[in-house]
Design a protein around this ligand. Structure first.
Ligand code: SAH
Length: 344
């Protein structure tokens, strides 16, 4: 999915027909094709789903599939082409109308049924499905919280021993040198045309930055924080505290920790998936950068140890609260701190 949907500036948009204003898109940006264009053109994302489906037709043959959050219907079309018996494509935004037209235009009306509405609010014409497929991942994996919708659908409709695609998601953490960008994004507020705006610095450092990180900036190892088995987990498992130990691979400065995720489809004939990490080909998810208050001066072999706590925001469940505890007890730098972040 495309987390930017929530933040998109609707005033930039041209309405597609007369009864829609920019205000409609503000609350429902998945209705606009631009978001879907970006996701479809993310070939790492879309090609992986296509390969999973086309190269594992044995999974789909004569099976009933539920596509959770179908968007343009692309995943449903892949499944239909791979021989699924029937596909229910559920989409809550106005894009559902386009998905219906697309299904018809491609001659799949007898295989794919598009249902417009929220998964949580509609009924399926069948009591059970064999496969649930969804592209629910947000920035920092969990932003926008669509995972809950997939788990809801799984618990309500998935047959015993049914499969969830993807069925595995893992969150990772590493540390980077990022002097230039920290200066530009964070320290900028200390002196704006000669004025102290450091009250905004406090806000800006709390907001994780979604951006691409160059692999040359990586200073430490990459640590697995959390693995989720989408076919078994509960929604509570998406809130957790995970310890980490990041060992420096060279002498350098550390300005930020960086989070990213991998997803995997473990039921494929050959394990298939993709990574959104800085060493992999870029995706529209980029990486999530958490700036540290002070610069850490780290020597090769020294480690930053700590824990990351991830929780749904109580007021707005689509937002994610992150608490980072970290310490470095090094030759040139001794530091121990807790920082709060909020994805919103
Ligand atoms: N499957 C498409 C779209 C993925 S984006 C593709 O891979 O290109 C996720 C989609 O899920 C969005 O179009 C969004 O409107 C839809 N969505 C999010 N929450 C939903 C819910 N609770 N019920 C139905 N659709 C939902």
């Amino acid at each position: 999915m495309n987390s930017e949907a929530i933040h998109e500036d609707s005033s930039m948009r041209e309405p597609v027909d007369d009864d829609k204003t920019s205000a409609d898109y503000y609350f429902d940006s998945y209705s606009h094709f631009g978001i879907h264009e970006e996701m479809l053109k993310d070939v790492v994302r879309t090609k992986t789903y296509q390969n999973v489906i086309y190269r594992n037709t044995f999974l789909f043959k004569d099976k009933i599939v539920l596509d959770v959050g179908a968007g343009t219907g692309i995943l449903s079309l892949f499944c239909a082409k791979a021989g699924a018996k029937h596909v229910y494509a559920v989409e809550c935004s106005q894009m559902a109308d386009m998905a219906k037209e697309i299904v018809e235009a491609n001659g799949y009306s007898n295989v794919i049924t598009v249902l417009k509405g929220k998964i949580e609010e509609l009924d399926l014409p069948v009591p059970q499905v064999d496969i649930i497929i969804s592209e629910w991942m947000g920035y920092f994996l969990l932003y926008e919280n669509m995972l809950n919708t997939v788990l809801y659908a799984r618990d309500k409709w998935l047959v015993n021993n049914g499969i969830v695609l993807p069925d595995n998601a893992s969150l990772y953490l590493t540390a980077i040198e990022d002097a230039e960008y920290k200066e530009d994004k964070i320290e900028f507020w200390n002196n704006v045309y000669g004025f102290d705006m450091s009250c905004i610095r406090k806000q800006s450092i709390m907001e994780p930055l979604v951006d691409t990180v160059d692999q040359n900036q990586i200073v430490t190892n990459c640590q697995l924080l959390k693995t989720m088995d989408i076919s078994k987990m509960t929604s509570g498992d998406a809130s957790f505290t995970a310890p980490f130990k990041l060992v420096a691979e060279r002498d350098d400065y550390v300005h930020a920790l960086v989070a990213y995720f991998d997803v995997a489809f473990t039921v494929c004939h050959k394990l298939t998936g993709f990574s959104t990490g800085p060493r992999s080909r870029n995706t529209h998810w980029k990486q999530t950068v958490l700036y540290l208050e002070e610069v850490l001066t780290i020597c090769e072999g020294e480690s930053i140890t700590g824990s990351m706590t991830v929780a749904q925001n109580k007021k707005n469940p689509r937002d994610v609260d992150i608490t980072l505890k970290y310490s470095l007890n090094g030759q040139r730098c001794v530091i121990s701190r807790t920082q709060q972040y909020k994805m919103r």
